[in-house]
Design a protein around this ligand. Structure first.
Ligand SMILES: NC(=O)C1=CN([C@@H]2O[C@H](COP(=O)(O)OP(=O)(O)OC[C@H]3O[C@@H](n4cnc5c(N)ncnc54)[C@H](O)[C@@H]3O)[C@@H](O)[C@H]2O)C=CC1
Ligand SMILES: O=C(O)CCC(=O)C(=O)O
Length: 448
C-alpha cells in the first residue's frame, strides 16, 4: 500500500472513532478521501504537515440555544450551530440551514464540502456553515422573525465581514436573511457585508437569488459541450422546487431544454408539456404551498407521492437540487434505466458514493456538487466585494462573471482529473483541485 493510502486510512480511522455519531460528516469525508490519493502521492509535504488530520477538524464550532415565543405565547427552544471550518484562504463563508434534521453532523458535512467548493471558485473565501433544527414550515412571518432575532442575538458575537459571512440554504431565503440582518444591524450598526443574499434594497447583489441554479446550468452546459452535446430539446428532471431548483429550471428552459418534473419533500409533478416555472415560483415563494397544488392549474400534469428519482420515464439529464442522499443505489439504477446520460448536483451531496460510482461506470457525465453548485457562493463573494466598495454592479456584469467562474470551474476539474490520471472523473478532479489550493495555503501559514 502506498504511503499516501496508508496515511488516508489512518486519518479516516481517527475521524471515524472521534465522530462515529456523525454519519453525514463521515460520508462527506470518506467520499473526499476516496479520491485524493494521487495529490498526496505527488505532494508528500501534505502528509508531513498532517494536512488531512488538520483539515477534518473544524477551527471552531459554536452551538447555542435559541429561545423564542410562538404566536400563542408558548416558549420554544431550538438548537443552532455555526461551524467555522477552515479559514486558510479567506473568511469563513457558507449558508445557514433551517430544517428539523439539522445537527452537528449535517452542518459539519456541509461546512467540510464548503471548504473545497469555495476554493474552486478562485475567490478568497474559507469554509463555514451553520443552521438550526427550527422548521419554518407552517410558522407565521412573526414567528420566523422572532426566531431569527433570537438566533442572531447570539450569532452576532462570532461573525463579521472579515471574519465569517453567513448566507442562506434550505429554509433560509430573503425573508429570513432580512430578519437576521435587521437584528445584526440593531446590535452592531450597519455593516451590510456581514451576510449575503440580502435584498437589493440594502446591499444585496443582483443575481444572487438566481446564482446557484443558473450556475449549475452554466457548469452543466460546459460539461455537455465538451461531450458535443447541449440542452436543446433534452428532457430534464429537476428535484426540489426551492431556490436552486427554480432557477435551474429557468435557465434550462432558456437553453431550450424541457423540464418535465420537479418535486418537494412530499412528492413530485410530471408535466410532459414542460414545467410552468412561474406557477412553481408562485406556489413556493408567495403561497408557501405544496407542489401538489400545481395540478389544479395544469390538469394534464400528474402528481405522485414519493421520490421523483424512483419514477420510470424516459429522459436525458438529471439535476438533483433538493437535499443530501436523495439518490441512493436503487434510484440511481432507475435513473440509468430511464436513459439518463448526464447528472449534475445542485444540492449538496444528493448522490451517495455508490450511486456516483454506478453513474461513472455507466459512462454518465457526472458534475459533483462542489463544482456544479458553486455559483451561489461565488456570487455571494461578489456581493461581499460590492459591499466593500459600496457599489452595485449591473446584472450583466454579475451574470457574466458567474458564467465565466462556472466555465473556469469546469475547466479546472476536468484538467485536474486528466493531470492526475483519472480523466473524466470530475468528482475526483473537484476534490483534488479544491484541496490543492487550501493545502498549499495551510502549509505556507505554518502549524496553526
Ligand atoms: N441556496 C443556495 O444558494 C445553495 C443551496 N445549495 C443546496 O441546494 C439544496 C437546495 O437548497 P435551496 O434550494 O436553497 O433550499 P430551499 O429551501 O429553497 O428548497 C429546498 C427544496 O427541496 C425540497 N426538499 C427538501 N427535502 C426534500 C426531499 N427529501 N425530497 C424532495 N424534495 C425535498 C423542498 O421542498 C424545497 O422545495 C440544498 O442541498 C442546499 O444545501 C447549494 C449551494 C448553494
Ligand atoms: O452563499 C453562500 O455563502 C452560501 C452558499 C452555500 O451555503 C453553499 O454553497 O452550499
Amino acid at each position: 500500500m502506498s504511503e499516501a493510502k496508508q496515511y488516508i486510512e489512518q486519518i479516516y480511522q481517527e475521524v471515524k472513532e472521534r465522530d462515529s455519531h456523525q454519519p453525514e460528516f463521515l460520508q462527506a469525508v470518506y467520499e473526499f478521501f476516496y479520491s485524493i490519493e494521487p495529490v498526496l502521492s505527488a505532494h508528500p509535504e501534505f502528509i508531513k504537515e498532517n494536512i488531512l488530520g488538520r483539515i477534518v477538524e473544524p477551527e471552531r464550532i459554536i452551538q447555542f440555544r435559541v429561545p423564542w415565543v410562538t404566536d400563542q405565547g408558548e416558549v420554544k427552544i431550538n438548537r443552532a450551530f455555526r461551524v467555522q471550518f477552515n479559514s486558510a484562504i479567506g473568511p469563513y463563508k457558507g449558508g445557514l440551514r433551517f430544517h428539523p434534521t439539522v445537527d452537528q453532523s449535517i452542518v459539519k458535512f456541509l461546512g467540510f464540502e464548503q471548504i473545497f467548493k469555495n476554493s474552486l471558485t478562485g475567490l478568497p473565501i474559507g469554509g463555514g456553515k451553520g443552521g438550526s433544527d427550527f422548521d419554518p414550515k407552517g410558522k407565521s412571518d412573526a414567528e420566523v422573525m422572532r426566531f431569527c432575532q433570537s438566533l442572531m442575538t447570539e450569532l452576532q458575537k462570532y461573525i463579521g465581514p472579515d471574519m465569517d459571512v453567513p448566507a442562506g440554504d434550505i429554509g433560509v431565503g430573503a425573508r429570513e436573511i432580512g430578519y437576521l440582518y435587521g437584528q445584526y444591524k440593531k446590535l452592531n450598526g450597519s455593516l451590510n457585508g456581514v451576510l449575503t443574499g440580502k435584498p437589493l434594497l440594502y446591499g444585496g447583489s443582483i443575481g444572487r437569488t438566481e446564482a446557484t441554479g443558473y450556475g449549475l446550468v452554466y457548469f452543466t452546459k460546459a460539461m455537455l459541450e465538451d461531450a458535443k452535446k447541449s440542452f436543446k430539446q433534452q428532457r430534464v428532471i429537476v428535484s426540489g422546487s426551492g431556490n436552486v431548483a427554480t432557477y435551474a429550471m429557468e435557465k434550462v428552459h432558456e437553453y431550450e431544454g424541457i423540464v418535465i418534473a420537479c418535486s418537494d419533500s412530499d412528492g413530485y409533478i410530471i408535466d410532459e408539456e414542460g414545467i410552468d416555472i412561474e406557477l412553481v415560483k408562485d406556489i413556493k415563494e408567495n403561497r408557501r404551498g405544496r407542489i401538489s397544488e400545481y395540478v389544479s392549474d395544469h390538469p394534464n400534469a400528474a402528481y405522485y407521492e414519493g421520490n421523483v428519482w424512483n419514477h420510470k420515464i424516459s429522459y436525458d439529464i438529471a439535476l438533483p437540487c433538493a437535499t443530501q442522499n436523495e439518490i441512493t443505489k436503487d434510484a440511481a439504477s432507475t435513473i440509468l434505466e430511464n436513459g439518463v446520460y448526464a447528472v449534475a448536483e445542485g444540492a449538496n451531496m444528493p448522490t451517495d458514493l455508490e450511486s456516483t460510482t454506478l453513474f461513472q461506470e455507466a459512462g454518465v457525465l457526472f458534475g459533483p456538487a462542489k463544482a456544479a453548485n458553486a455559483g451561489g457562493v461565488a456570487v455571494s463573494a461578489l456581493e461581499m466585494s460590492q459591499n466593500s466598495q459600496r457599489l452595485s454592479w449591473t446584472l450583466e456584469d454579475v451574470d457574466h462573471r458567474l458564467k465565466s467562474i462556472m466555465e473556469n470551474i469546469y475547466k479546472q476539474v476536468s484538467e485536474t482529473a486528466k493531470e492526475y490520471g483519472v480523466e473524466g472523473d470530475f468528482a475526483a478532479g473537484a476534490n483534488i483541485a479544491g484541496f490543492y489550493k487550501v493545502a498549499n495555503a495551510m502549509v505556507s501559514q505554518g502549524i496553526v
